[in-house]
Design a protein around this ligand. Sequence first.
Ligand code: ATR
Length: 268
Amino acid sequence: ASRYALIGHPVAHSLSPRIHAAFARQAGIDMRYDAIDAEDFDAALAAFDGAGANVTLPHKQRAAAACSTLGDRARRAGVVNTLVRGDGGWHGDNTDGLGLVRDLTGRQRLDLRKRRTLLLGAGGGARGVAPALLDAGIGDLFVVNRTPERADALADALGEPMRVHPRYLDDLKGLGEFDLIVNATSATRNGSFPGLPMSLAGPRTAAVDLSYGEAAVGFLAWARAAGARDMVDGLGMLVEQAAESFALWHGVRPDTDAIHAELRARED
Ligand code: ATR
């Protein structure tokens, strides 16, 4: 069997091994996909002899540095979630953004074009999705982060100063209403969530949390209370980014509906 893995810390509860096992069965590919829990990313990668890997928290930036070549989105984002072994070393790519856009435009049937967008967070998650959102034709992108320097750095990296605007957390009240709000902070995951003004959301707003399950509940409840129209968690994105990674490794993009439905059913 060809070997693949997810490298992160922690990874014990990751759904990725299960998703990739389903894809491999569907495609008739003999593939092994393990979860490798590693605090030291470089050591784990050096010890790994497989053909490809996914990278998750907290190593996505470190992974970008370990690659000898980077795909366009990984380069623009500065973060890598997919590694493909090449002749001269690792090729790094990022499928998070494409996965998110696929879920929003395909499964959720949302038209992203011209949407005035607020991105909450400027860490690995936010960096991963921002380039693909811009490519999908959203309107202005406002980036707000607790640590303002990281919002500035992300806006700089995106290289579209007419379209991408870093703002302070304190400015949120004056920013008006958004057509798309993406929560890419881990604030809900660790139990605290900064108070967001209700004025950010309205009847046109789609609110999206990149996490799923319990971690997405706080933000999506806020969005509902603020009057948003669509509330979307990150489960669909998780499945779609996995399918994009699988396609990079094997050249076939699996159908995602069955495994998505199975994971969704298991949540209830
Ligand atoms: P990820 O890869 O999930 O984005 P990360 O790189 O650690 O992980 O980034 C976490 C994000 O959540 C950051 O934007 C972080 O803000 P800082 O850059 O200021 O650290 C944000 N975040 C985490 N806890 C938060 C909290 N309690 N309030 C507001 N933002 C928070």
